[in-house]
Design a protein around this ligand. Structure first.
Ligand SMILES: [Zn+2]
Length: 174
C-alpha cells in the first residue's frame, strides 16, 4: 500500500464485467465494458487493495461519469470516490491518477496549454449566468479537469466569478 498507482493502464475491452475483471492485473489497470455503447470502466483499485471499481458511463443506468480518450489517454470526470472499504478518492486525467487526499504528495499533473485554454474558456462565459465546468467542456470539446482549472485561474485574475459552495466549479464573466 506504500506505492499507489499514479497512472492508468488500459488493458482492453470486454462485453461483461467478469470477462473484464480477468484482464485486470495490477493496481490502476482499466478495462472498458462495451455492449453496443460504452457502459462502464472497470478499474483495479489504484491503492492496491485488490478491489475492482466500476465507474458507470451510461446515464440510463444512474449517475454517470464522462469519459475522454483523446491522445489514447483516459480521462474520467468527475472524481472517483469509493466511499466504503478502502475509501480511495482520485481523479483520472490524461492517463494520470491524481490522489485527492492520502498519497496526494506525489501527484503530477499532465501537461497542457493552460494559457490557450483560459482564453477559450473566457469566450464561453456569460455575464450573470453561471455555467458548469461540464457544460463548458462539452461546448469547447475540452477536458473538464482543464476547464475547471482554467475557470479558477480566471477567477484569481478577476476575469470570472464562480458560484458558492454548491457551485464552486460553475463560472460566469466577472
Ligand atoms: Zn482500494
Amino acid at each position: 500500500m506504500t506505492n499507489p498507482a499514479r497512472s492508468v493502464q488500459l488493458r482492453g475491452e470486454a462485453e461483461y464485467r467478469d470477462q473484464g475483471e480477468s484482464l485486470l492485473q495490477r493496481p490502476g489497470d482499466a478495462v472498458f465494458v462495451r455492449r453496443g455503447a460504452l457502459r462502464s470502466v472497470l478499474m483495479s483499485c489504484p491503492d492496491g487493495c485488490g478491489e475492482t471499481l466500476v465507474v458507470n458511463l451510461d446515464p440510463r443506468a444512474g449517475k454517470a461519469w464522462r469519459l475522454d480518450t483523446r491522445g489514447g489517454n483516459v480521462t474520467i470526470f468527475p472524481s472517483v470516490w469509493r466511499e466504503g472499504g478502502c475509501g480511495s478518492h482520485f481523479i483520472v486525467w490524461r492517463g494520470k491518477i491524481l490522489w485527492c487526499d492520502r498519497f496526494e504528495g506525489g501527484n503530477v499533473e499532465p501537461a497542457y496549454d493552460g494559457v490557450l485554454l483560459e482564453r477559450r474558456v473566457l469566450t464561453a462565459l456569460r455575464k450573470n449566468t453561471l455555467r458548469s465546468t461540464e457544460e463548458i467542456a462539452a461546448e469547447l470539446d475540452e477536458i473538464a479537469w482543464e476547464v475547471m482549472r482554467a475557470g479558477h485561474a480566471l477567477v484569481r485574475r478577476g476575469l470570472a466569478v464562480s458560484g458558492g459552495l454548491k457551485q464552486r466549479d460553475w463560472f460566469a464573466l466577472a
